[in-house]
Ligand binder design. Sequence first.
Ligand code: URA
Length: 236
Amino acid sequence: MNLESILFTQGFGSRRQCRALIGDARVSVDGAVRTDPDTDFPITGDAFTFSVDGVVWPYREHAYLLLNKPAGYECSRDPQHHPSVFSLLPPQFAERGVQCVGRLDQDTTGLLLLSDDGKFVHLFTSPKRKVPKLYVATTRHPLDDAQLTRLRDGVLLHGEPKPIAAVDATARGEHALALTVMEGKYHQVKRMIAAAGNRCEALHRERIGGLALPATLAPGAWQWLDAADLGCLRSG
Ligand code: URA
């Protein structure tokens, strides 16, 4: 693939902008500045890297990302009341069509997936596909066994034809509830907690399938997902 196409597919702007970046000697491969946009490079697997203004980027046919979402950010490219989660990412991700894989509320924190692989986004957001998602909620009132039982047995949410049951509901403390759900309905966890007789004061997503939010990833930080991470995600 030629250097212009490499930059273009990775979200570094229009073809014209990519040619200009290369022509301005801002792009290097293997430590050497390359000023010819038509130079071809073999792209095999995930090994190819290039740098723009000294920042190294891996070539990826598709971007699969994980963000530790902080509170106060909207999962939208066109946010209404808060900054967008895309403001936490390098701009080339939005440029290449990366989108959120499902949404977290603006005040929910934790594991958010993003990708520009339409099939992947569809697979993980389709209501037909049941993927366990583990949330930890801080509750206003102390948790009790009756609430946990109601959550495990199923609670009826407004507008839903039948009760929705948590796969697991466990108290991690007097006000800390670990809840695993399969669906991804609007405000689902907050509504389930309310229907069980409590109130969600804060919500954090820890895990999707077998993929956990890395403890070392600071709020607001992101990382690429590799093949092993994607395998974990599916292995739930
Ligand atoms: N359930 C909610 O209520 N909010 C979220 O952000 C995610 C799940």
